[in-house]
Unconditional design. Structure first.
Lengths: 316, 500, 149
């Protein structure tokens, strides 16, 4: 262990010595706390591709490493342990906030340096097209009379929070059915086992386009730029506002000028057509917050999560 | 039907372009290579090559990635046959007769037959995709949690046919697998079970280290115990020109219906999202054992016991393309990675994909015909190389097996805990093998246990806590009837046996 | 051994079930089946079947006797070598660990062929390194060699 510490200490001393000269003097490790192919991985790879394409990281190399496991606990823990290392970076997800709440991890969002919020991944409430519900009001009225089954990914994820917020603001009760993956969730609705589901837009887009599913509401504070025809919960009179922050964080205690350097670079990233194309294809809303503003946002979202998950008794 | 041929012809024409052919060859070769190493399944292979596909046309890219996907199915069986180490749950059933065949000196015929069976399964699967994709996708879409539970339950009932010496030990083996499957976060309640505060265990114990441990390390220790490492190598010295290399006419004659049954069962299981290829290969094996006049030969190196699961798992990997393309629903880890790749190219998998991008879909299907053809040729050419491995004295092979097992396990999630699980399950597997338990039942219970529990609890939530949900939905009712019929049939067989 | 193995399974079943009942709730807050329900069923069945199995194996062993033969030693040594591999891997890195493991194994199980064993160990560890690190980029531990990367 002491050998590891020695190497790390040497690496930091080196990084510190170089901090005042031109920043990227070494290759960057972009840690993805999930497996390949998921939402977080896709966003990370898009950012890295843009950085490579426009030469934003100087002539140094950017390496992506997938460190999945424990709903992000492993990958984020790995980054959190490297406090002060200006050459490690990672992207946030719903699990970035929920995993420390529901499991015992050695880190929370406070153990990171917030760099930028780049996009918000809000949720759809979706029903089958052949169901009688055309608006959220009709759905809520029916839910007062009989028990509705609403599906979502995971017992403690963002989907559960959106469903919980709806129940709270409409004063209804329903049965939440957790699924382990998106495919089980989708067939839950296509097979009429569920009445509705809460999902990431990209997972249901195909079914919506084919006319099989109908979207009742969107959980962001304003309508999506990609689906302007879908009303928000708020405009239909329900206080449901919740989105997964898709942003970028680095380990704690990195030099302030490195943080500012990254804010500048990411400002260039979000201005590219490639980034706009990514947002569009994934149904994400552009939403940017820099540095401490992003930190405040994480803090607010974190307390919202805690409050809702507490009310279900999901925190043990 | 005419449309079908026109579409398929245009798809084949697209797939035959020089660039697409080159990448198809790259894809199937990489697939076979990663399939050879336990732990490196198709999901890992695809993930490694995804960055390479970013600059390609989507059609070329998906041809490359799909090639890896079904190529790995061919390669994955080779280690199952030669060193009893399945790298994938879908090839667990292939060890049951594949490894005994190799031990009896029939490794050549076994490998050739598995290549042929894989080809038949894959080709039948592709034909069925063309013919029935629209109908099948609505069938798959009607599978909710209650139907899944019943399908998995049927799979579990059939586990009994895989069991070793005694029913009691078989049941213990399966229960051990269920116990392992309960580790990790419970999907329904979100509670952590048996994690002892370790983040590595939150996602549960993955079946790959368990499978590699029980089979690979377990068999290795067993060979040491039986003194394999003190014996000189048995020279097999077969070449592609010698008779012993090729299957006998009798092998084909006895398994001619096995090909058809295996392919069909595998394809149907593959279409249902879930653990398609795994359930398909068990179902195919069990059915084959049931319909055989001499079921006693199974497990001792019966060629039918290899052909059935091989035809099935390859047909299933074709079948799994149906929900992926037509519903946007990935049926397995590997197809989930493929889905991610599609999104990366800006293609939205779902019912509209074939309407909006017909060229893409038909070129993919066309390339699957070509890919399967290439794979069977490549396998036959490469098999003599693999058999050479058996000519090396066992004591020199040991470091290779140990290293492959450990490196393959570590490469999955870079987790040291999983490598220790490998050693622990290796010792368990050794004991199980020596004393007549059934490691295959354990691995399959690990895979199916979590699915069964989740689907059961989801069904209860949806059905307001009542078991009626399993008979009120039409498909559920049909599946419940099949399960009941299996029970009754088993009981009748028992009674008759008692009367005699 | 046969009987001991069955007893180990029984011991596992008892501790599994005990821990499940101690740490998990059978029912959730809404009185629906909770996280401990399935483990409890599996645990109880495991105890019942492994106990019955233990009795059978005891009878069988009494008939057959308890002779231990010499090869158990080889199995134990092999297990020790694999454990050594796993202990070394994160610290020494993949290249050195595979070299050390192969070398030690051959020294013990392929005696008296020093030169051949040395060449085998070097060539094999280098080949694995090239295949998995360079071609497949598996991200194996680098260990003490990390500064050289």
């Amino acid at each position: 262990m002491s050998r590891v510490a020695l190497i790390l200490a040497l690496a930091f001393a080196w990084a510190d010595a170089e901090a005042d000269s031109t920043y990227p003097v070494r290759s960057l490790t972009y840690t993805v706390a999930f497996g390949p192919g998921g939402g977080n991985d896709l966003m990370s790879r898009t950012v890295v591709d843009i950085i490579r394409q426009y030469g934003l990281y100087g002539d140094q190399h950017v390496r992506i490493e997938n460190r999945p496991g424990g709903s992000g606990a492993i990958g984020y823990g790995r980054v959190a342990r490297q406090a002060g290392n200006a050459y490690v970076i990672t992207s946030t997800s719903g699990s970035f906030l929920t995993t420390p709440i529901v499991s015992e991890t050695s880190w929370t969002w406070r153990d990171f340096t917030p760099i930028a919020l780049l996009a918000l991944d809000a949720m759809f409430l979706v029903v089958r097209t052949d169901s009688p519900f055309v608006s959220i009001d009709g759905f809520v009225t029916r839910a007062r009379q009989s028990d509705m089954k609403i599906g979502g990914n995971g017992a403690t994820g963002p989907d559960r929070v959106v469903a919980g917020l709806l129940a709270e603001s409409a004063g209804i009760e329903f049965t939440y059915v957790p699924f382990q993956n998106g495919s089980g969730l989708l067939t839950g609705l296509t097979s009429s086992s569920l009445h509705a589901l809460v999902s990431n837009p990209s997972e249901v887009m195909g079914q919506v386009a084919a006319g099989n599913f109908r979207v009742l509401a969107y959980s962001a504070d304003s309508r999506s730029t990609v689906y302007p025809e879908v009303p928000t919960f708020v405009e239909q009179g329900y206080e449901v506002e919740f989105a997964v922050p898709r942003g970028i964080v680095m380990p704690a205690d990195i030099p302030a000028d490195v943080r500012d350097w990254w804010i500048d670079v990411l400002k260039k990233v979000v201005a590219t057509p490639e980034w706009k194309n990514y947002l569009e294809s994934r149904g994400l809303s552009a939403a940017v917050l820099w540095g401490d503003d992003f930190g405040d946002y994480l803090g607010r979202t974190d307390s919202e999560y805690r409050r809702i998950l507490n009310s279900f008794g999901s925190i043990h | 039907m005419e449309d079908l041929f026109a579409n398929l012809a245009s798809g084949l024409a697209l797939a035959l372009s020089l660039e697409n052919l080159v990448f198809l060859v790259v894809g199937v070769s990489v697939g076979m290579l990663v399939g050879l190493f336990p732990g490196f399944g198709p999901a890992a292979g695809i993930a490694i090559l995804i960055p390479m596909t970013l600059g390609l046309e989507p059609t070329t890219g998906i041809i490359l990635l799909a090639g890896i996907y079904y190529g790995a199915m061919y390669g994955g069986t080779i280690t199952s046959i030669l060193i009893n180490t399945p790298g994938e749950s879908a090839t667990v059933a292939s060890t049951l007769d594949g490894y005994p065949l190799a031990q009896a000196g029939r490794a050549g015929p076994a490998l050739v037959m598995q290549a042929v069976a894989s080809f038949v399964g894959g080709a039948v699967g592709v034909v069925l995709i063309c013919a029935f994709a629209p109908a099948l996708s609505s069938f798959a879409a009607s599978f909710g949690p209650s139907e899944y539970f019943l399908i998995v339950f049927l799979g579990l009932l059939l586990l009994a046919t895989l069991m070793g010496d005694s029913l009691l030990k078989g049941i213990i083996s399966a229960l051990l697998g269920f116990a392992i499957s309960t580790v990790g976060v419970d999907v329904i309640s979100g509670a952590q079970r048996f994690t002892f505060g370790s983040p590595e265990l939150i996602d549960g114990i993955y079946f790959v280290p368990v499978a590699i441990g029980l089979f690979g390390i377990g068999e290795l220790l067993n060979c040491i115990y039986t003194g394999e490492h003190k014996k000189p190598a048995k020279r097999i010295s077969v070449t592609i020109f010698s008779r012993a290399f090729w299957p006998r006419a009798g092998d084909f004659r006895i398994s001619r219906f096995t090909f058809a049954r295996g392919s069909l069962i595998g394809f149907i299981a593959g279409v249902l999202p879930g653990s398609g290829a795994t359930i398909g290969s068990i179902l195919a094996y069990s059915v084959e054992k049931r319909v055989a006049r001499d079921p006693g030969e199974f497990g001792k190196g019966d060629i039918r016991g290899l052909v059935a699961p091989e035809a099935a798992n390859n047909a299933a990997s074709a079948g799994a393309m149906v929900p992926l393309i037509s519903l946007g629903i990935p049926g397995s880890g590997a197809t989930a990675v493929l889905l991610g790749a599609l999104l990366m190219w800006g293609l939205q998998p779902g019912p509209m994909l074939i309407v909006d991008n017909p060229d893409f879909v038909w070129a993919l299907i066309g390339s699957m015909y070509l890919g399967n053809l290439m794979l069977v040729l490549m396998s036959v050419v490469a098999i003599p190389l693999f058999i050479k491995f058996l000519d090396v004295p066992y004591r020199l092979v040991v470091p290779v097996i140990v290293t492959l097992c450990i490196v393959g396990t570590f490469a999955l999630h870079s987790s040291m805990i999983e490598t220790w699980i490998l050693l622990a399950t290796g010792l368990l597997g050794f004991g199980m093998k020596r004393f007549g338990y059934s490691p295959a039942a354990t691995v399959l219970a690990v895979v199916l246990g979590g699915m069964a529990e989740n689907a059961f609890l989801q069904s209860l939530l949806i059905g307001d806590g009542s078991l009626r949900i399993f008979i009120t939905r039409p498909i559920s009712l049909a599946l419940t009837a099949v399960a009941a019929a299996i029970f009754v049939a088993a009981a009748v067989v028992r009674l008759r046996a008692l009367r005699r | 051994m046969r009987f001991l193995f069955s007893m180990a399974l029984l011991a596992f079943s008892l501790s599994y079930t005990g821990y499940a009942l101690y740490s998990l709730d059978l029912l959730d807050r809404a009185d629906r089946l909770g996280p401990g329900f399935f483990p409890a069923i599996v645990g109880v069945l495991l105890i019942a079947t492994t106990a019955a199995n233990g009795i059978r194996e005891y009878r069988r062993q009494r008939e057959a006797g308890t002779a231990l033969d010499a090869l158990w030693r080889d199995v134990a040594e092999m297990t020790g070598l694999i454990a050594l591999f796993l202990v070394l891997l994160p610290y020494a890195g993949s290249l050195l660990t595979i070299f050390a493991f192969t070398g030690l194994y051959l020294y013990r199980f392929n005696r008296g062929r020093g030169w051949f064993n040395a060449v085998y160990a070097v060539a094999f560890s280098a080949a694995v390194y090239l295949l998995f690190e360079v071609v497949l980029q598996a991200g194996l531990p680098q260990g003490v060699l990390a500064p050289l990367y």
